[in-house]
Design a protein around this ligand. Structure first.
Ligand code: PEP
Length: 252
């Protein structure tokens, strides 16, 4: 029996207003029952982190950020430093989301630096890895995932994964409505665990690997039941309280 506690994380991306995020978080926290819920994290747009920190203080829901600078401070207009997130009791930070890799040119080594900066400030990175459609079609999925993982292992060391979460997000499944079929997802989750096990079996066994990519209320349960899937990173469906709650309940 796995001792890994299921984790469901909401990635709200660049959506919402102060009003709508207040309503959404209240609806989610009111819909959660204490017993046997999975661990839940919400990652709002960064300007709403202080507001959410206040609201979430009275709940069991954790607070995360969607991105962070790899630097500590200085002349970096528009960036948010890890210490600033920590000021608001932010516990988790997503690093290496495919939208950051694709639209903001974040490469493997920059993502590894962010991973290290997050941990250096006492927070937990949620490291996203995943292949593009053309990489899957040319049978390069495992090669891509290995490269993305190895960049972080090289810089941070395998022991750093003791306090980290990995999210496998096939890029072709994000926001497209196409979910990896359970067998495809399980195969890659198992592969990620085995890749870490080459370095350390305990780390590989203990780490939580989330699946992300069009997880919805009606497909979450069959994904969460799989041996190496320890929860989900949820985009679109986390913007609708009832859908997100159904996903959380299906992780019980
Ligand atoms: C995501 O943003 O990481 C994501 C998985 O989005 P969606 O659930 O909308 O595919």
């Amino acid at each position: 029996m796995s001792k890994r506690r299921t984790l469901v994380s909401a990635n709200w991306k660049m959506n919402g207003s102060l009003d709508s995020i207040r309503q959404l978080v209240r609806a989610i926290s009111q819909g959660m029952t204490q017993e046997t819920e999975p661990e839940v994290i919400i990652c709002p747009p960064s300007v709403y982190i202080s507001e959410l920190a206040e609201i979430l203080k009275k709940t069991d829901i954790g607070l995360g950020a969607q991105n962070v600078s790899h630097l500590e401070c200085g002349a970096h207009t528009g960036e948010v430093a890890p210490t600033m997130l920590k000021d608001f009791a932010c516990k988790y930070v997503i690093v290496g989301h495919s939208e950051r890799r694709m639209f903001y040119s974040e490469n493997d080594s920059r993502i590894a630096e962010k991973f290290v900066a997050v941990q250096a400030n006492g927070m937990i990175p949620i490291l996203c890895v995943g292949e593009l459609l053309e990489e899957r079609e040319s049978d390069c999925t495992k090669e891509v995932i290995s490269r993305q993982l190895d960049a972080v292992i090289e810089l941070a060391g395998i022991m750093a994964f003791k306090e980290a979460i990995i999210a496998y997000e096939p890029v072709w499944a994000i926001g497209t409505g196409k979910t990896a079929i359970p067998e495809q997802a399980q195969e890659i989750h198992e592969f990620i665990r085995s890749r870490l096990a080459r370095h350390d079996h305990e780390i590989a066994d203990g780490i939580r690997i989330l699946y992300g990519g069009s997880v919805k209320a009606d497909n979450a349960k069959q994904l969460f039941e799989l041996a190496d899937i320890d929860g989900g990173l949820i985009g679109g469906a986390s913007l609708v309280a009832d859908d997100f709650l159904t996903i959380c309940h299906s992780a019980r």
